[in-house]
Design a protein around this ligand. Structure first.
Ligand code: HEM
Length: 292
């Protein structure tokens, strides 16, 4: 069997401009043609591609490790699911390059898929969330990132990955009604030095999400990017894993389903979409959709 590799952009750093596209199946959807397009014509050098549970079912591909994104509720918290069929995510140095990628994807997928949602994303300053806090500090690096993000062949084909995509909408006016030290205690880090605040409350985001505090530990590889469109702004949260479980365990704790304490992020931000996708591995220059 040909060797299988992860899609090349999963582990590479984001470029300054991003484009997150969600697709659903068109009325003319043809499973044989769609499979052929995905596995022979899509170029994994252009974008990351993820397949959602609805599309896996249409393609008759059984992969128990992929499930639809759950809608969850915690105290005062509502987390929606908006499970898509197909997701692509590209980053580029310029908007022109992204436009070209987007046109090529529309031409490629146009018969079998309809573009359901399109969001342009960007790197804010040196990699901060729009709240002003550095995002990604505790991301695993190097080999550790590979083992966190990429499946080893046990429950999904070697080289594949799972991704959670969740759009969060911020209310920055509301955030800014809090003093700087209150904001620091919501996140759990100092906005200027990025140092952890040791005595931050248990609701602080980095206390809720501390990857080593779960048992077993819950590491994820985050590749989120800010977005701002019209009056809306927030974070396109994107996290890869060799399975979906670490992400979901963190999310449940953030929502307060474990102990009734919700993440302080919910004070000024709320998720408005949520999807899970399987990112097939690459053999040669094409996606490899074969399942054991
Ligand atoms: C509004 C949405 C979010 C914002 C603005 C946000 C922002 C941040 C910031 C500023 C940090 C600290 C620096 C760092 O280590 O990256 C952080 C850490 C982290 N976040 Fe989020 N985050 C959001 C949503 C989420 C969600 C939905 C999850 C997973 C379910 C998550 C998981 C994590 C993890 C695992 C860490 C590192 C914790 C550690 O091990 O220290 N975040 N986030």
């Amino acid at each position: 069997m040909a060797e299988r590799f992860p899609q090349q952009h999963i582990l590479s750093p984001n470029l300054p401009y991003g484009l997150s596209l969600t697709w659903r199946e068109s009325p003319d959807f043809d499973p044989l043609r769609a499979r052929e397009t995905l596995s022979s014509q899509f170029d994994p050098a252009a974008a990351i591609l993820g397949i959602g549970d609805p599309l896996l079912q249409s393609l008759s591909l059984p992969l128990p490790a992929l499930r639809p994104f759950p809608s969850l509720a915690g105290p005062g918290v509502s987390i929606p699911s908006s499970q898509g069929s197909l997701w692509t995510f590209a980053t580029a140095k310029t908007r022109s390059e992204l436009f070209d990628i987007s046109e090529a994807l529309l031409a490629l997928f146009g018969r079998d898929f309809i573009l359901e949602d399109r969001m342009e994303t960007f790197t804010y300053r040196e990699g901060r969330d729009l709240s002003g806090y550095v995002d990604g500090t505790e991301n695993p690096q190097g080999d550790r990132a590979f083992s966190v993000a990429i499946a080893d062949g046990t429950s999904a084909p070697r080289g594949s990955s799972f991704v959670a995509v969740q759009r969060w909408k911020h209310d920055l006016d509301l955030l800014h009604t809090h003093s700087r030290s209150e904001q620091d205690r919501m996140i759990g880090r100092d906005i200027s030095t990025n140092r952890e605040i040791d005595d931050a409350p248990i609701s602080a985001h980095i206390k809720r999400s501390a990857q080593e505090s779960f048992s077993p530990d819950a590491f994820i590889f985050r590749k989120s990017m800010p977005w701002a469109e019209g009056n809306g702004k927030g974070l396109e949260f994107i996290a890869f894993g060799s399975s979906l479980d670490p992400f979901e365990r963190i999310l449940r704790r953030m929502a307060g389903t474990e102990d009734g304490i919700r993440d302080a992020l919910f004070t000024f931000s709320a998720p408005i979409t949520g999807s899970y996708y399987w990112c097939p591995p690459v053999s040669g220059r094409s996606l490899d959709l074969s399942l054991p």
